[in-house]
Ligand binder design. Structure first.
Ligand code: FE
Length: 213
């Protein structure tokens, strides 16, 4: 108990700029271009939030709520792998965390993703490229999908609903280097995925959802 209290006080004193989260898994961190460094070994979940990262630095990075758009479907299955055999698009593994504005990990946050395939088409009759998952004890998630294609009027994007403590934040994720970002009225720069520059398959990227709780 005494060690836990010390660890917690240390976190508070460290503040947002110095706090971080432990790696969700070796595979996720190995593929993530902006994954935080692994923390020192610890016997408690709370104490794993101990090392440094540049990925959670200010409340200004909190999630920007954006339109749901016309293609959301309730009832998607719980699954972290959205891409299935035959789905068009470049494979993508997206990893990251759901964090509070004070950079504390949020476990059991619900992330409900839906998106177009690589040709810009949604599955509106079934649930292809749709699914939800919960963050783990470290607030981490891992999504296996494809890079979405363009469709008329829209740049590349992945839709998401983040639910924490019963409140849902609807937003969209975007991709760097897409020329259509500049002309998309929904685009928000702070919802940009950090995409690994390596072009190996699958592509890998990271994004941390910052929630005001
Ligand atoms: Fe869309």
């Amino acid at each position: 108990m005494r060690r836990w209290v010390i660890a917690f006080v240390g976190l508070v004193l460290a503040g947002c700029s110095a706090a971080s989260v432990a790696a969700p898994s070796a595979s996720a961190v190995a593929s993530a271009s902006a994954a935080p460094a692994a923390s020192a070994a610890s016997s408690t979940t709370t104490a794993t939030v101990a090392s440094t990262t540049s990925s959670c630095t200010a409340p200004a990075q909190a999630i920007t709520e954006l339109t749901e758009g016309p293609y959301y479907k309730a009832g998607a299955p719980q699954r972290a792998t959205l891409s299935t055999t035959g789905v068009a698009g470049t494979p993508l593994v997206l990893t990251g965390y759901v964090l509070s504005t004070s950079c504390q990990p949020i476990a059991n946050a619900k992330l409900d993703f839906w998106q177009a395939d690589g040709n810009g088409n949604y599955d509106n009759s079934g649930y292809t490229l749709r699914g939800w998952q919960l963050t783990d004890a470290n607030g981490a998630y891992r999504l296996e999908t494809v890079i979405p294609g363009l469709y008329p009027g829209r740049t590349e994007h992945i839709h998401v609903k983040v639910t924490v403590n019963g409140k849902t934040y609807t937003s969209q994720l975007f991709f760097p280097g897409v020329s259509q970002n500049a002309g998309d009225s929904i685009y928000a720069a702070n919802m940009l995925i950090a995409l690994n520059s390596a072009t190996t398959t699958p592509r890998t990227g990271t994004f941390n959802f910052i929630i005001s709780v």
